[in-house]
Design a protein around this ligand. Structure first.
Ligand code: G3H
Ligand code: ZN
Length: 305
């Protein structure tokens, strides 16, 4: 089916207490692994492209590959700009056919973040495209940041309410304890802060930096209002580990396809596991849209009772 926007899928997730996985892709095999999992799991999916991915693959290739993936797919697929760095990049991606945008003004002074985000929302909403923005800041890699810095960068619930009403964004990326690009799932989210944000903000909330978050904490966050979860580092890890394994088991091979197929399958299995954990598996009905979640979540929910 053609690309859809992220708006309907996130609203369905928000209303039904599941989360849609937003998976970063840089090349064809990663896109195929993600889309194969989505089709087999009957899950909506967001394929997201960062500025780094655009620099690597080229905007034309990146958007065309995701469009083909969507067209050959029987589940809803959105093409999302991840951490869009500027107004201009958002315009460029809108023109290239992206069906979901993000402006990351989290490093900017508050009023400047509001001004640029609002301008992008006004431009994108004119043609029905939703915009995500970030408030508070999800920092990069725990190696270089302390617990105190992570805490100091967290989203303030009152400011979140003000930000949402003044910008008109469709979804809000919140900083609640995750850090981008962690290589092990060790972080616990600040669920009390998430509840306080949710009490003041009624649009879908987004978790960035999920590779470093404990699965039990992700599941709890979904219960309390996270509707989109971004996954990148663990997909890259799966891709590279499978590639190294394939090389080591057949070092004389010179056909890249024989190794890359292993990477594609490894990405697919990680995505499948995340879709089950997030509760998005089985939410796409035979007519192509959403039904109630069947919830195959695998993390222990005992502590939530
Ligand atoms: O925007 C992308 C993500 O927030 C991914 O974070 O690399 O820690 O999974 P991650
Ligand atoms: Zn992110």
């Amino acid at each position: 089916m053609p690309l859809v926007t992220s708006k309907e899928m996130l609203e369905a997730a928000h209303a039904n207490h599941f989360a849609v996985g937003a998976f970063n892709a840089n090349n064809m095999e990663q896109i195929q692994g993600i889309i194969d999992a989505a089709n087999e799991e009957k899950s909506p999916v967001i394929l997201q492209v960062s500025q780094g991915a655009i620099n690597y693959a080229g905007l034309g290739y990146a958007s065309a590959m995701v469009k083909i993936a969507a067209e050959e797919s029987s589940v809803p697929v959105a093409l999302h700009l991840d951490h869009g760095p500027s107004y201009e990049q958002n315009v460029i991606c809108l023109r290239a056919g992206f069906t979901s945008l993000m402006f990351d003004g989290s490093k900017l002074p508050y009023e400047e973040n509001i001004a640029i985000t609002s301008k992008i929302v006004q431009m994108a909403n004119t043609v029905g495209i939703p915009v995500e923005a970030e408030l508070g800041r999800v920092l990069q890699s725990r190696d270089s940041v302390s617990e105190e810095e992570v805490k100091a960068a967290m989203t303030d619930p009152d400011q979140a309410a003000d930000f949402v009403s003044r910008t008109g964004i469709s979804s809000l990326a919140v900083a609640i304890g995750s850090v981008h690009a962690m290589e092990a799932a060790e972080a616990e989210l600040d669920i009390e802060r998430l509840k306080a944000i949710r009490a003041k903000v009624d649009i879908p909330l987004v978790l960035h930096g999920s590779s470093g978050v404990k699965e039990s904490s992700e599941v709890e966050a979904i219960q309390y209002g996270i509707s989109k979860i971004n996954v990148a580092t663990m997909l890259n890890q799966a891709f590279i580990h499978a590639l190294i394994g394939a090389y080591e088991s057949d070092p004389k091979n010179i056909d890249p396809r024989k190794w890359l197929v292993k990477s594609r399958d490894a990405v697919k299995e990680v995505v499948r596991g995340k879709m089950r954990l997030f509760g998005s598996s089985g939410t796409v009905s035979s007519s192509g849209f959403f039904s109630a979640p069947t919830s195959h979540r695998s993390a222990d929910l005992g502590h939530l009772e």
